[in-house]
Write a protein that binds this ligand. Sequence first.
Ligand code: ADP
Length: 487
Amino acid sequence: MRIAFAASECVPFAKTGGLADVVGALPRELVRLGHQVAVYLPLYTRVRKHLTGEPVYAIQSLTIPFRYYNRFAAIVDGGQHDGVQFYFVECPELFDRPELYGPRGGDYPDNAERFAVFCRAVLEASKQLGVPDVFHVHDWQAALIPIYLKTTYALDPALGGAATVLTIHNAGYQGAFPPATTEELLFPWDLFTMDKVEQFDRFNFLKGGIVFSDKLTTVSRKYAQEIQTAEFGEQLDGVLHNRAADLHGILNGVDYAHWNPASDGYLAAHYRSEELEGKQACRRDLLHAFGLEGVADATPVIGIVSRFATQKGFDLVAQIAAELMQRDVVVTALGTGEPIYESFFRDWAQRNPGKVAVQIRYDEALAHKIEAGADIFLMPSKYEPCGLNQIYSLKYGTVPVVRATGGLDDTIEEWNPGEGTGTGFKFEGYAADALLAALDRALTVFKDRFDWRRLMRNGMARDYSWAGPASEYAAVYRAATRGRRAS
Ligand code: ADP
């Protein structure tokens, strides 16, 4: 099958979260299965750095009309990587900016137009470069593609045969814009109704994508159920519930070429399940990187790598912060994001020198060092569509303590001391005492070296490679091409 991915992030070119990891890995696995895959990505400033030499243009100029003017996008040929063809949508006035979406986790004021240009450019480009059997679009930034196909492009003979699959990586980000967006993007006003793109008097890109795509997926089975409820649906639970028959939960895989303690180039030492010695060296290296010297071997190291966003549950961590300091632990945290959490971590570290250390930045190498060097990985998310860090942690023998939500619930199994089974510690309700109790269970088991090693090895034996999920996606693509929705 021919598949075109349209996404706003992809490793190694541009990343703010797990979406980039998925778009970096899944196409390669699909190619291995015999499919033909092209990936379209906006040509942000940071993507430009990956181009060697002058850009090679696959298409010089595409005209994207707006009400009183045209935008012009070019398509840069990004070449083939592991059999995957990359195309970058170039429109310097919209994409040559320091951030992907906006400063400090916020939004650029013209994001509706930026991603409309991206989506139309993908459709226009594919008419010249090859119309796929399926457009696999990701999150709100690419969700206009299924809307365009069923409206503006409904009568286009070239695009008529293409099916659409929308993957929701996080229902909390929807791309909601003022009603006038309808006209600005040259859509007819009859699109702006409750059963189509309108949501509380906003033009909601994600909602439109949900309504108009042939099939929908999200990134874990549990999250696929959760988003159909008022608690997790972010007001889209109704429209998602209407499409329940077409909504599939497919757990993200992990790219073990990048995340494997036996070969990880960022680590001070390598280790594997049968040979754990190297993990001690990684622990020392991590503590050194955080300026925490002289920590006893018996003291467990808790690691955190995260966007600092409300979704990630750090208000619970703040509530237990003082009490946790009564325990024999050290905390190493890496993240950036909302100022309220950045200052919480800074204050926590300042008050507890030698016990808590934080680095406020995005740092790929340090993220790997934490995965390898920590004993416990903490992820108390309020909601978590899939979550990758807890899956990396399993492979690195770093025991996850997580809230039982979304992909965290699907991937972590509670330790059972009697049976010696399980891979981590989970708590259900979103409450500080439940989090502390889960951490205390982990700290108790940590004291028993034999049980702890067993727990580590249980996790290290789990396999979340992409082969399984890629086959599941291929099945969804086939179903999408068979069951295309009427306009
Ligand atoms: P989300 O997509 O909600 O941010 P995921 O767990 O799915 O959460 O993916 C997060 C990805 O981003 C992981 O690969 C993680 O290592 C990475 N990451 C998050 N924050 C940082 C940071 N400050 N430095 C380095 N990597 C980070």
